[in-house]
Design a protein around this ligand. Structure first.
Ligand SMILES: [Zn+2]
Length: 440
């Protein structure tokens, strides 16, 4: 379809009025907001800076200067955070706003698909999105709606349209797996059960699913490269592989053609190997990664999004096969995280929120990371500038610097001395607008 320039459609008689309005807009620059920061962590630098002033015009950061040298423009709105540590809005690179914790006692995962009307799930997803923003996460990469179709595209639109509060969203829509590669599982074989992901078999179906999802607004494609897992004969974590390398390659080729990336859920073994050989952009979870696979990730520049906390929830009893698997997942994951960090794999902060109830704090993942040897500053970068780089938003989000979106948060204490301070966010600005200001 050929597009007609909009101006040609305006009747000539309205033109002077329209032009006058335009001129009016141009002559009143957006007002300045100024934030006084006691300490400033810019998301990129190695060290924080004391007594800084951030200048914000409209929805962008205009400048960051030493308080001693800064001239506050007349009429500027001043926000005093001189007793706080100010950071870029944080980024959670692995969430599910359409999941609510999946407590087995409340019907687990399956009840979402079997019982809940889509409108109920969408309503609850708006609460999840708000929860993320309240806690200072101004951007999320939401990795699948779990049977709620293209609902994430709708929630994203509602946030961008200003109808509901929420973070910037990168969405994947339905996600892709294979026959016998996704829930709902375990029902009578005679029943044709709905699945939480789009099921494909063969490279043709795989590419078609990617095209459909991209066509309907997916910012990333999410692929499940493993499904069930159990403890193997030698005490290793075995996970059932799903897509073949050829199937994944078709998806990656299609997504890259659209300049989009592919996130691969992969626990271990053959499925994780196929994810790397198929050219995935990020490994999600990566519970048990071999040394050779870590070396391949470094070589290929593959991102690693570990999700440590969620593997400490809902353990089965210790004396059961499932219980032993649950404990192995957690311990293997810690080992993989340590090895990946040492080898210089690019690590981003992710939680799998939704797998964890949204009533719980997102920031609980930070102390898990630092307990495994990551420095507090590196953990902060994994949730700011590093994640921005993965999302192809370098310089736009995850950093406090001129030209970036004014996504800014503050905590009362020093997160470099006590990483748990990141769970005490008391100020949130997104896109230049204050969303939360404690005591106001
Ligand atoms: Zn997930």
């Amino acid at each position: 379809m050929k597009l007609v320039p909009g101006l040609l459609l305006v009747p000539a008689v309205l033109l002077p009025f329209a032009l006058a309005q335009e001129k009016d807009k141009a002559s009143t620059p957006p007002a300045y907001t100024v934030i006084r920061a006691g300490a400033l962590i810019d998301g990129k630098s190695e060290t924080p800076r004391r007594d800084q002033v951030i200048f914000i015009r409209g929805n962008r950061i205009d400048g960051v200067r030493d308080a001693a040298k800064a001239q506050i423009p007349a009429g500027a709105k001043v926000i005093d955070l001189s007793q706080a540590t100010v950071l870029p809005g944080m980024i959670d690179s692995h969430t599910h706003i359409f999941l609510q914790g999946e407590d087995p006692r409340q019907g687990g995962y399956d009840i979402n698909i079997l019982k809940y009307p889509l409108a109920l799930r969408a309503a609850r997803a708006t609460v999840s999105a708000r929860r993320a923003l309240e806690q200072g996460f101004t951007t999320i990469r939401d990795l699948e709606t779990e049977g709620a179709g293209y609902g994430d595209v709708g929630i994203k639109e509602a946030i961008e349209g200003g109808y509901i509060p929420g973070p910037r969203m990168f969405v994947v829509t339905r996600a892709i797996s294979t026959t016998a590669g996704y829930s709902l599982d375990g029902y009578a074989p005679e029943l044709d059960m709905p699945k939480g992901a789009q099921i494909v078999d063969g490279p043709v179906e795989a590419r078609k699913a990617a095209r459909e999802q991209l066509g309907h607004g997916a910012d990333w494609i999410k692929v499940y490269m493993t499904h069930r897992s159990w403890v193997g004969k030698h005490g290793e974590l075995v996970s059932q592989p799903t897509l073949t390398v050829e199937e994944l390659r078709a998806i990656v080729d299609e997504a890259h053609g659209w300049q989009k990336k592919v996130a691969c859920h992969a626990y271990s073994g053959i499925g994780l190997q196929r994810a790397l050989d198929g050219g995935c952009d990020s490994i999600e979870h990566g519970l048990e990664i071999s040394d050779a696979q870590i070396a391949q990730m470094v070589k290929q520049g593959t991102w690693y999004c570990p999700t440590i906390s969620v593997y400490y929830t809902d353990w089965a009893a210790a004396d059961t096969a499932d219980g032993q698997r649950d404990r192995l997942r957690a311990s293997a994951h810690e080992e993989s995280f340590r090895k990946a960090m040492k080898a210089g794999v690019k690590i981003v902060f992710g939680t799998d929120m939704g797998g964890i109830p949204w009533t719980e704090p997102i920031a609980q993942e930070f102390p898990r990371m630092t307990a495994l040897g990551m420095t507090p500053m590196e953990a902060i970068r994994s949730a700011t500038s590093r994640a921005a780089e993965m999302l192809d938003m370098e310089g736009q989000i995850g950093v406090l610097a001129p030209g970036a979106f004014a996504d800014i948060v503050a905590v009362p204490g020093d997160p470099l001395a006590d990483i748990k301070q990141l769970g005490n966010v008391e100020f949130v600005m997104k896109d230049g607008k204050v969303f939360r200001e404690e005591g106001k």
